[in-house]
Design a protein around this ligand. Structure first.
Ligand SMILES: Nc1ncnc2c1ncn2[C@@H]1O[C@H](COP(=O)(O)OP(=O)(O)OP(=O)(O)O)[C@@H](O)[C@H]1O
Length: 682
């Protein structure tokens, strides 16, 4: 094959977009060579962004886009945005540079037909769902107590039986093994009680109206048998999570991204929300939401470290103040990182392209039926319940900002208001939906065209309290409790219902937007297809009314589900994962878990356990120390020798062993490897 000569590289370097695109049509050999290289598409993206005054976060894409296809997709997207800041002077001429043309440049003379040119993909609803696991807390790590018991269904027991007794067992031999185990001819079968047929699992998983109580008790007869519910494996490489799920047994969840507990704040932002920042600066609205149970890390992910009072303003911590206004802090959340990047981009675009901008921030909480303005001492927005969200959308709660210091001070001020409310109103912060909004208006140079976009950063309230605190059960009729208690309980129930109303409305809107997109796609593929009108129920809750301008249409949406791996939170974790899954456009099938995947999970755990053992061997040493021991006759000082230096690896190994044991159906106690047992008294 003829490869492109040196001069082509210099044309790519110095030529304009049109020249670079046309290069691919010089010969068939050049065409193949160029269009199959990431570098060519990168150059096209750069030229397109430069000529059309679009913001391109090249550094980000260089670190995240690895394939030619992903660069092509980015070019398609930018192409769809090409008229945001620069109007087409000659429509006809420009279409010949469209993505379809560059993907498959015709080698014959003449321009492609107008209808061959694909529009960019910005018009379709786009949602990415990611999952982030919180690092284990010391008290919760590796412990399996308190987790719901799950009976692994029969079709999943077969591969496990094979893994234990020989891979070449046929189905009927594996079944015989199970029967023998159940009739006590061998050791007790850890999965006895399996009764769910494969079809039942899929039906049960997909049945609407599934209740939390069903999640907790799969069957009365099985409640004391089976494995402990929990996360078995987290696979960031293929964005999946494998768990032992009440009501389903082994179950795989698939998302756009999965972040394991060791991921930094920066990594999470780079791989989830940073793309939204680029669209926002290019004039497209977007939403980033965090969802999860209380304490799973929503606020940590969105707003980073929590402020502990006003010591910095009092000048007690000058160093910290300097650091805050300098470069990003490792603990900064998505809000801080996003605000900094937006400001940097706007400043450099003003300097390089003359694009003027105006930005404002809004920080509100949706609590019950009211919207509270966190930048106005938590006052209710508007005087009527109906109008609150409209004031937010009209910009009446907005504060103009020009610098990072101003944004930072609003974030801190709002956070302080949340804290006050939290103390005054019984953990209001975790029971309200918090929305931080950046509103941007840019002026296209030369034309004075105004381009507006909104970026909503949302910390969603979790719904777990309804099930965990059983508020619905504690509401007795008036007369059995005091009136004060009665009203307090009613308030809790109403709060939980408000949170759920917001979340259900959000889910319904996202589902409707998916459906709308499906109808559009079908209509595009088949001209005879009759599109059904799809209603998006934004009006169903205050939360969705506020989000309406940045959810759907050309707006990009990212949802980050935060979760814990602690088995005692397993039910809430799976509820969160299911919520994320239902919002996602990634195809999931409840019964799609293959035998190979189950065995792969066991293999993975084995290899992780091995590498943990190697690390323990490398880092662990014995240390002798004196400790005071209490016994009946008083205190006694004894000398003990303890292993030190590999405590974290030991904890990790305990967790891995517990997960493997859960998967293989061993009783939880077998998983507990007490570190204290290693202590040797001299
Ligand atoms: N990924 C993480 N890395 C380190 N610490 C974390 C992480 N996620 C959460 N935490 C810590 O866990 C605690 C609870 O997190 P956070 O307040 O963000 O939870 P939340 O889901 O917002 O809870 P709530 O709904 O009650 O507001 C905090 O102390 C936080 O610093």
């Amino acid at each position: 094959m003829e490869s492109p000569p040196e001069w082509i590289h210099s044309v790519l370097k110095h030529g304009d977009l049109r020249t670079c695109v046309n290069l691919a049509s010089v010969s068939k050999a050049y065409h193949e060579e160029l269009t199959e290289s990431c570098g060519f598409w990168k150059v096209l993206c750069l030229k397109l962004a430069e000529e059309r005054k679009l913001y391109l976060d090249l550094k980000h894409f260089e670190s995240t886009l690895a394939t030619v296809e992903s660069w092509k997709a980015l070019y398609d997207e930018l192409w769809g945005q090409r008229n945001q800041f620069v109007e087409d002077e000659a429509q006809g001429a420009e279409t010949s540079l469209g993505p379809r043309r560059t993907n498959l440049p015709p080698l014959t003379e003449g321009s492609p037909a107008q209808d061959e040119v694909t529009e960019g993909k910005t018009k379709t609803f786009s949602i990415g769902v990611c999952v982030r696991f919180k690092p284990p807390t010391r008290h919760g790590s590796g412990k399996t107590e308190g987790g719901a018991r799950v009976v692994i269904p029969l079709h999943q027991r077969l591969p496990l039986i094979r893994a234990k007794y020989g891979m070449n067992l046929s189905n009927s031999e594996a079944m015989k093994k199970i029967m023998m185990l159940e009739h006590g001819k061998e050791a007790v079968d850890p999965w006895s009680g399996a009764f769910i047929k494969e079809e039942d699992v899929a039906q049960k998983e997909n049945r609407p109206g599934r209740t939390p109580s069903e999640d907790k008790a799969p069957s009365p007869s099985a409640s004391d048998q089976g494995s402990t519910a929990g996360i078995v494996a987290v696979k960031p490489e293929d964005a999946s999570v494998l768990g032992i799920v009440p009501g389903s047994g082994l179950r795989e969840f698939k998302f756009d991204r999965v972040f394991d507990s060791g991921c930094s704040q920066e990594h999470v932002h780079l791989n989830s929300s940073r793309r939204v920042v680029m669209d926002f600066v290019n004039g497209f609205s977007g939403t980033v939401m965090v969802y999860g149970q209380t304490g799973s890390g929503k606020t940590h992910t969105m707003f980073g470290r929590q402020w502990d009072g006003g010591e910095a303003e009092a000048g007690e911590d000058v160093e910290r103040m300097k650091r805050d206004f300098g470069s990003a802090h490792p603990e900064d959340g998505i809000a801080q990182r996003t605000a900094r990047e937006v400001l940097d981009a706007l400043r450099s675009r003003e300097e390089d392209c003359g694009i003027k901008w105006r930005m404002g921030v809004t920080y509100v909480e949706v609590y019950g039926q009211e919207v509270y303005d966190l930048l106005k001492e938590g006052k209710i927005v508007g005087q009527s319940r109906v109008a609150g969200q409209r004031y937010v959308l009209d910009g009446q709660t907005e504060w103009p900002v020009k610098t990072w210091e101003e944004i930072h001070s609003h974030l801190r001020g709002g956070d302080a208001q949340k804290r006050k409310a939290c103390t005054a109103m019984n953990e209001r912060s975790s029971r309200a939906h918090t929305v931080f909004i950046l509103s941007l208006t840019q002026t296209a140079p030369g034309t004075n065209k105004k381009i507006s976009s909104k970026l909503m950063l949302v910390d969603l309230g979790g719904s777990e309290k309804l099930t965990k605190s059983k508020v619905h059960e504690s509401v007795r009729s008036a007369g059995t409790v005091s009136w004060d208690q009665y009203y307090e309980q009613r308030k809790h129930l109403t709060e939980a219902l408000y949170i759920n109303t917001g979340l259900y409305a959000l889910k319904a809107c996202i589902e409707a937007l998916h459906e709308k997109q499906k109808q559009d796609r079908q209509a595009a593929e088949d001209p005879s297809f009759k599109k059904r009108h799809v209603y998006v129920p934004y009006q169903d809750s205050k939360l969705t009314m506020i989000l309406s301008s940045s959810l759907g249409g050309s707006a990009r949406t990212v949802m980050i589900v935060t979760a814990s791996k602690d088995p005692s939170n397993a039910v809430e974790t799976f509820q969160s994962l299911r919520f994320g899954e239902q919002c996602s456009s990634v195809e999931n099938t409840a019964s799609g878990l293959t035998n190979a995947r189950v065995l792969e999970a066991i293999g993975e755990l084995d290899s992780k356990i091995k590498s943990c053992e190697a690390l323990i061997e490398k880092h662990e040493r014995w240390e002798t120390k004196r400790v005071v021991r209490k016994d009946l006759e008083g205190d006694e000082v004894v000398t003990v020798t303890v292993p030190v230096g590999a405590e974290l690896y030991r904890e990790e190994m305990e967790r891995l062993i517990a997960r493997k044991d859960a998967l293989l159906g061993k009783p939880p106690a077998a998983a507990a490897v007490a570190t204290e047992a290693a202590e040797a008294v001299c």
